[in-house]
Write a protein of this length. Structure first.
Lengths: 196, 88
């Protein structure tokens, strides 16, 4: 692909394809893997193409209540539950990837639950979606500037599934929140880490 | 930007499934406009295709128009001129 940049210079991209990334040797690397999975879920939802998404690779699956990790209720508790360790300060980039992945996993679970005909499977997907919703709500309560619109969108999606009359309102709230906080995401993320 | 687009697209889909076609198209248009601003041309193509499938090729997407939020629902209900004829 050739892209024209400023000053009339052409740039031939050397970006790897998605398939190349999927089979990349660095796939075992934690950082690469986290980044790949987060974008894989985002890509699956934005393109409405769910074939390449494996539930077992998701972070929400690790949020099951039978988790043996016992941590006091601190702002970091949800992260402990999905196995993030805090031997050093968590880079903002890593935290963002975790939130993005959980958010898109939640949207996917609610969407797939809507399409699901079997009640057992629908309930399973719904419960996974609700876990993602609770995770995002936790951080939305702490830092609404950054996370509120994600929480509202997941809530609207859950309400749609349950046939709530407030679904329309929550979709609008999600849009309004995204508009209001459009320029505050970076500073908001910085704020979210000031507590530790 | 992308989350405003995503929320608008999902609202558009929800409204379409509930028969509120005019508002659905309004939200879809807003979503496309925001995806364009984000630079996500492949997603714009995907959403435009979905809109064409739902509304037909002659629909007016009104790109760039801001969506109206929090209108009084009773006023809005009376202004709905078209309803989806039935669910497939």
């Amino acid at each position: 692909m050739v892209v024209s940049l400023i000053e009339g210079r052409d740039f031939v991209d050397r970006f790897p394809s998605w398939a190349e990334l999927e089979n990349h040797s660095k796939r075992q690397n934690n950082d690469f893997s986290l980044s790949f999975n987060a974008h894989n879920y985002m890509r699956a939802f934005l393109f409405q193409s769910f074939d390449g998404v494996v539930e077992s690779e998701g972070l929400v699956a690790r949020l099951e209540p039978q988790s043996s990790v016992r941590v006091e209720r601190t702002p970091l508790r949800p992260l402990f539950l999905i196995g993030v360790s805090f031997t050093s300060r968590l880079p903002e980039r890593v935290f963002n990837l975790i939130v993005v992945q959980v958010f898109y996993e939640g949207l996917l679970f609610f969407h797939l639950a809507r399409l699901q005909q079997h009640q057992d499977q629908q309930l399973h997907l719904l419960s996974r979606g609700i876990r993602a919703l609770e995770f995002i709500k936790f951080y939305s309560d702490l830092n609404p500037f950054t996370f509120e619109n994600k929480y509202l969108l997941l809530e609207a999606s859950r309400m749609e599934l349950s046939g709530s009359k407030e679904t329309d309102l929550f979709y609008q709230k999600a849009i309004k929140s995204a508009q209001d906080n459009r320029f505050q995401h970076v500073s908001g993320n910085q704020y979210s880490f000031s507590f530790h | 930007m992308q989350e405003e687009a995503l929320a608008s697209e999902m609202a558009g889909r929800y409204l379409f499934n509930n028969g509120d076609l005019d508002r659905s198209l309004e939200f879809y248009s807003h979503a496309i406009s925001k995806y364009q601003s984000w630079g996500a041309s492949a997603i714009v193509t995907r959403v435009e295709y979905e809109v064409m499938q739902k509304f037909g090729t002659a629909c007016d997407l009104q790109n760039g128009k801001e969506v109206e939020l929090f209108n009084d629902s009773s006023e809005r209900q009376s202004s709905i001129s078209r309803k989806r004829p039935g669910f497939v």
